[in-house]
Design a protein around this ligand. Structure first.
Ligand code: G1P
Ligand code: ZN
Length: 553
């Protein structure tokens, strides 16, 4: 243990403030434009609301870190000053203020911390005109439960003052401890605990052999976001992949200008590499804060819903899951591919609302081992966050053990279980009132839809998704509209809870196909009829004035 440096007792001030009305956490914490967060008292109020909602934080242990995006330095200094002002006992901060979301989850659990504050807006753009975000995680390492999120919101509406310490400029670049009054500030290596956990879950020996033969090549695109240092340590140092395996490894506060979003449209450079001459065997990417994953084979895109299903099917081949899975969970819009695997394995499969926070109680209760979302999120009970590098290591482990390439693993899966074609269309920056009107109008029509015919399709059922957490008993309503067609197709429509400008409408389409001659179609062609159903029943063009989505994946 390093010697604790003492910086004298800081002066703590109580600053009068007034509540902001827009601090209700969304799908994943509070996300706003940097300019909003930079307004006087805005961040201070929200952090004080978190502390108040937790019933005070005196003596608590708090983990803080984030994806290093623009405004993180200022936010970190403010949060440390508020934590000291509120008597936090120990503050554990990643060196340089960096912690990927999964590494923060890992650290909260490893240290038995009371909670964590994560500074990230995930895959949203960074920079002065970009987005910033603050997310709270509980002692299980996972996102604040829906009830805690609501308590934080109510506390934010009541904040009239905050307690903040006057601190000297602090550096977070040197490992060790500093005492600030009643608080110990500890700067830790952000990678060490996380990398050690990965070594316990996966067969590093087998993966090392894969790289050692020199015939297997990986390209991991960190998109200038937080996973760079983690990926270099794990893939290049511990697993022996050659230098240059990790692309764009250096974190930048604006992520190099592009959103750090690992979907096949934004990660175009990696996709081009994988579709080019002499592609690597596995291409992968993660997002701003390291919890998402994109998996590609040569000339082949793995849909995240299929990825979850394939990992579930083969989990026993991986040391960390060799004893089998207790159950699985997926968010409602995620395709039903994993359900089929769960049925085959004889384990339960839970369908939850969108957002990782709904998996927490199931993981804590030991009801599920793996879970995932169509939005490039996959994870397990090793943490309480989705985990981008974990997913890449899982694929590497499967490839190493089976000797099969990515494409073969997925194709075999389709041949065994049928293929769940899946697509998502996003309409961004919509007028929030119009988007709400579209949603409301369709919700009002739901009961009249069953039995109607749209093109060649007969609609057989329609509802608004609601969920009762089987562990906590908490009810969630209004979690998206679902329409089912006679031939097993499904259309889901919901409004995003992570956008910072206007509203985002998300449409999800999926259908199960078992005809062996129809397993290799392009997803858009296979789902075109469902896209037409959505347009017909929801009147998207009429409500929004848009004739095509901004993003189709
Ligand atoms: C989006 C995704 C959701 C994910 C969340 C946080 O939320 O759809 O699956 O959990 O980001 O990464 P949305 O904007 O749809 O509310
Ligand atoms: Zn993320």
């Amino acid at each position: 243990m390093n010697e604790v440096e003492r910086l004298g007792a800081p002066v703590v001030r109580t600053v009068e403030s007034r509540p902001f009305s827009d601090q209700r956490p969304g799908t994943s914490g509070l996300r706003r434009k940097v300019a909003r967060f930079a307004e006087p008292h805005y961040l201070e109020n929200f952090v004080q609301a978190i502390f108040d909602a937790l019933g005070g934080v005196a003596g608590c242990t708090l983990v803080v870190g984030g994806d290093g995006r623009y405004f993180s330095d200022r936010a970190l200094a403010t949060i440390v000053a508020l934590a000291v002002g509120n008597g936090v006992g120990r503050l554990v901060v990643g060196r340089g203020g960096l912690l990927s979301t999964p590494a923060a989850s890992c650290l909260i659990r490893a240290r038995g911390a009371d909670f964590g504050v994560l500074l990230t807006a995930s895959h949203n753009p960074g920079g002065p005109d970009g987005d910033f975000g603050v997310k709270v995680n509980g002692p299980n390492g996972g996102p604040a439960s829906p009830e805690l999120a609501e308590r934080i919101w109510r506390a934010s509406l009541a904040v009239e003052r905050y307690r903040i310490a006057d601190l000297p400029a602090l550096s977070f670049d040197r490992l060790g401890e500093v005492r600030l009054g009643a608080t110990v500030l500890e700067v830790v290596d952000p990678v060490a605990d996380y990398a050690a956990l990965m070594e316990r879950l996966f067969d590093f020996e087998r993966i090392r052999e894969l790289f050692a033969r020199g015939r297997f090549r990986l390209r991991f695109d960190a998109l200038h976001a937080v996973t760079g240092p983690y990926a270099v340590e794990i893939f290049e140092r511990r697993l022996g992949a050659p230098p240059g395996t990790v692309l764009h490894a250096e974190p930048r506060e604006d992520f190099g200008g592009a959103p750090p979003d690992p979907n096949p449209v934004v990660a175009a450079e990696l996709v081009a590499l994988m579709n080019g001459d002499d592609p690597p065997d596995l291409g992968a990417a993660s997002d701003g804060d390291g919890d998402r994953n994109l998996i590609l084979g040569p000339g082949f895109y793995v849909n995240p819903c299929d990825s979850l299903a394939v990992l579930t099917h083969h989990a026993r081949l991986v040391p960390g899951y060799a004893r089998g899975l207790a159950g699985v969970a997926r968010s409602m819009p995620t395709s039903r591919a994993v359900d089929r695997v769960a049925a085959r394995l004889g384990i339960p499969c839970y369908e939850t609302p969108v957002g990782w926070k709904y998996f927490g109680s199931l993981l804590d209760a030991g009801r599920v081992t793996l879970c995932g979302e169509e939005s490039f999120g996959t994870g397990s009970d090793h943490l309480r966050e989705k985990d981008g590098l974990w997913a890449v290591l899982f694929w590497l482990n499967l490839i190493a053990v089976t000797g099969k390439p990515v494409r073969a693993l997925v194709r075999e899966h389709w041949q065994t279980f049928g293929r769940d074609y899946f697509a998502r269309h996003d309409y961004e920056h919509l007028d929030p009132e119009r988007a709400a009107a579209l949603y409301g109008a369709l919700r009002d029509r739901l009961s009249s839809l069953p039995g109607t015919q749209v093109g060649e399709r007969t609609l057989v059922a329609a509802d608004e998704f609601r969920y009762r957490d089987p562990v906590a008993g908490v009810e969630s309503e209004g979690e998206g509209l679902r329409i089912f067609t006679e031939d097993g197709g499904r259309v889901v429509l919901r409004l995003s809870g992570t956008d910072t400008e206007g509203a985002t409408l998300r449409l999800y389409f999926d259908r199960h196909e078992t005809d062996p001659t129809r397993l290799e179609l392009a997803a858009p062609a296979a789902l075109a009829d469902l896209v037409a159903v959505a347009e017909e029943v929801a009147g998207i063009a009429a409500h929004t004035g848009r004739t095509r989505p901004d993003l189709a994946i």
